[in-house]
Design a binder for this molecule. Structure first.
Ligand code: PGA
Length: 251
């Protein structure tokens, strides 16, 4: 078992269906067999159509940006894992800082969502990361450790092996400020050690840990070449096919 290199695009609440289809087609066209795994996290409304676009493309998958912790029923406005599976989705981003901040998703809810996703054959991309005030106080490792302990570390070894972790310092998201390669490596190393303490060295070594926060063509290579950085979760730059494909090929 070895780590998988992944470059995932988080489109957030951007693109119309037409624009999204155009973007997905362009990315599929540019993708090559020896690229890292490419994941496109598109809005819910686009997933079926983009699922069809990537269906025959090797090494390209579709993700949702969120899902319900419930399986079905009277939860107006929610989207279930069964619905996502039925349109070809394989991954689900969980615990993105925007979900935590604007929609008040806490670690306890995220632990439930993680169970729902894994229990139904989908794979979570679990986000963690600290706000600027926490970083300034020097408490970033403690903050991330709590997110992992409360949101993920209840999982069995067998389930944890399926998880992709994304470290996204909030002060670097959408701000143009990127963590330096050294800052990214320092936290990725710490996260891997937290995983090792809980699940052992073998599993920790095989866990894919993505970096997110203002990744661009100009900085991707330096960040991705850090020993504990296994690719990226890319927001703004994933909306331009040329930029995203340069990032995919950055390592
Ligand atoms: P950004 O977003 O690349 O626009 O900073 C990253 C993310 O939120 O996943």
């Amino acid at each position: 078992m070895s780590r998988q290199l992944i470059v995932a695009g988080n489109w957030k609440m951007n693109t119309t269906l037409k624009e999204g289809e155009k973007l997905a087609n362009a990315i599929v066209k540019k993708s090559k067999a020896n690229d890292p795994l490419v994941i496109m996290a598109a809005p819910f409304t686009h997933l079926q159509s983009i699922g069809a676009i990537v269906k025959d493309a090797k090494g390209v998958e579709v993700a949702a940006q969120n899902c319900s912790n419930e399986l079905s029923g009277a939860y107006t406005g929610e989207v279930s894992v069964g619905m996502l599976k039925s349109v070809g989705v394989k991954y689900v981003i969980l615990g993105h800082s925007e979900r935590r901040q604007y929609f008040k998703e806490g670690n306890a809810l995220l632990a439930k969502k993680t169970n729902t996703v894994l229990g139904n054959g989908l794979l979570p991309i679990f986000c963690c990361g600290e706000p600027l005030s926490v970083r300034k106080a020097g408490n970033h490792a403690r903050h991330v450790s709590k997110q992992l302990r409360e949101g993920l570390f209840h999982l069995s070894k067998k389930d944890f092996e399926k998880v992709v972790v994304a470290y996204e310092p909030i002060w670097a998201i959408g701000t143009g400020v990127t963590a330096s390669p050294e800052q990214a490596q320092e936290m990725h190393d710490k996260i891997r050690k937290m995983i090792a303490r809980k699940y052992g060295d073998k599993i920790a070594d095989a866990t894919t840990i993505l970096y997110g926060g203002s990744v661009k063509p100009a900085n991707a290579k330096e960040i991705f070449s850090q020993p504990d950085v296994d690719g990226g979760l890319v927001g703004g730059a994933s909306l331009k096919a040329t930029d995203f494909s340069q990032i995919i090929k950055a390592r």
